[in-house]
Design a protein around this ligand. Structure first.
Ligand code: GDD
Length: 438
């Protein structure tokens, strides 16, 4: 157990912000995001943001968590109601940006609400990452180094590193020497996990300086977001909108400048870390969170048996025939029905879906109220361990490795569906492979 220094416990306080984005993001999460906002999609039996929130609840001095995004106000209402009951010690609120303000623009826009109660530290979490959130270790490093900022980093392969923010650091002092968001060529394989701890007295002045700099030195701001969000593209300097816009990105506008200070440090995690961008990436995230729950001997999981290969989560309202074999890495949602002799592996089966007898589902997501017929096969291709991509090349075509059935799809008896993404309400009556079914 990590010990946070006493000064920290008694005097300092920490607030947390979870950046949830908005409906114009998460397009790569289609077809699932057509029916549920990505942060509320369930992996390992809980919404993606619940995993972030749970991690934050383990930091002793956090009393308030602010979800910042530009979804409609109503989107997180039920989630906040349920989470507030589960974590009564926390005040959980949602603050809505009037438009996409960027990862730092939202923080700055709501600075008064964030700074209320004078927190000394601010935790900022991207909602679309899956990891063990070693926030205690980050806090410890922050205190030890008297830091202005600590970023969570992880090592990835040299080939994938440029898809992320890249960190050059001093391995002895852990100081961040240089930060470049999605560089064009290789600079480091230590990448930004999208989890930060800031001293509030530093981060807001840093954002203010970035705004000032932009007003005095307007420039082309084409933000390399992996979602290629058009609304975060600001035209050239003499464009009035650019100067008026509050769109600011932590990664491009703030972090590289913080690296010039001597008080920006990186905590490198050796534990699991993945982004949740494509719909298929929910499958490895589901597996990693289930494995973590299994290691922690979570009572939410089903005990191993002849037909349960752990880890497996089954919602209490689901009905699973005792002869069906499930696991590993399977989540079964509310009111799902699984018939006799069915086989489900490395998959997520969503609310009200039905998998009829002797069907086989592997490396797939079965959408809400979808039906998989008797003796049917719905399957994707296993993602190599440690891979940060969910696409593969099959017969010269780039396809998703995970098969996804959207809401209310039907797969006929004995039909085989392989490496397909199927939009909602489709009926599959013949075998299909490597297709997007629209
Ligand atoms: N509130 C709010 N407002 N949230 C936003 C906005 C915005 O305008 N734009 C993005 N977000 C949220 C997204 O929902 C996501 O949780 C997070 O901020 C980052 O999203 P992107 O801007 O799409 O960045 P990215 O995922 O391509 O890259 C970021 O994350 C990587 C780790 O997953 C960068 O921080 C990379 O450096 C990092 O490696």
């Amino acid at each position: 157990m990590l010990q946070v220094p006493v000064r920290d416990q008694s005097q300092a306080s920490t607030k947390a912000v979870i950046l949830v984005g908005g409906p114009s993001r998460g397009t790569r999460f289609r077809p699932l995001s057509l029916d549920v906002p990505k942060p509320l999609f369930e992996v390992a039996g809980h919404p993606i943001i619940h995993h972030c929130l749970k991690a934050v609840t383990k930091v002793p001095d956090v009393r308030e968590v602010i979800l910042v995004g530009y979804y409609d106000e109503s989107v997180f209402r039920d989630f906040i109601k349920d989470a507030s009951k589960e974590y009564p010690q926390l005040r959980i609120v949602y603050l809505r940006e009037y438009t996409a303000l960027g990862t730092a623009g939202g923080l700055y826009h709501f600075r008064d609400a964030i700074l209320k109660g004078k927190p000394e530290r601010l935790l900022v979490l991207n909602a679309d990452v899956c990891c063990s959130f070693p926030l205690g270790e980050m806090m410890k490093l922050f205190e030890e180094k008297d830091a202005e900022a600590v970023i969570l980093g992880t090592r990835v392969s040299n080939e994938t590193a440029t898809n992320f923010g890249c960190i050059v650091s001093d391995s002895h002092t852990k100081r961040v020497l240089h930060y470049v968001e999605k560089p064009e060529s290789h600079i480091s394989n230590l990448i930004n996990c999208g989890v930060y701890l800031f001293a509030t007295e530093c981060i807001f002045p840093a954002i203010r300086s970035a705004i000032k700099r932009r007003t005095t030195r307007p420039r082309l701001l084409s933000y390399p977001s992996s979602d290629n969000l058009e609304s975060s593209f600001i035209a050239t300097g003499d464009d009035e909108d650019a100067e008026k816009s509050e769109v600011l990105r932590l990664e491009q506008d703030i972090l590289s400048d913080l690296a010039d200070s001597n008080r920006f440090f990186v905590h490198e995690t050796k534990d699991f870390w993945r982004q949740i961008k494509t719909a298929g990436s929910a499958v490895p995230a589901n597996a990693l969170y289930l494995q973590k729950a299994f290691q922690a001997e979570s009572s939410e999981l089903i005990a191993p048996s002849a037909t349960i290969v752990p880890p497996v989560y089954i919602h209490p309202t689901a009905s699973v025939d005792p002869t069906a074999k499930l696991g590993p890495n399977v989540s079964i949602g509310p009111r799902v029905v699984i018939g006799a002799g069915a086989r489900v592996k490395d998959s997520i089966v969503l609310e009200d879906a039905e998998i009829r007898h002797d069907a086989c589902v592997m490396h797939s997501i079965i959408g809400w109220s979808s039906r998989v017929g008797a003796w049917a096969r719905v399957e994707g291709t296993p993602i190599p361990v440690g891979s940060h991509s969910t696409s593969i090349v099959k017969q010269g075509i780039k396809v998703q490795s995970i098969t996804i059935l959207g809401k209310e799809c039907g797969v006929g008896d004995e039909v085989r569906v392989q490496n397909c993404v199927c939009l909602p309400y489709k009926e599959l009556k013949r075998d299909v492979a490597n297709e997007v079914i629209m």
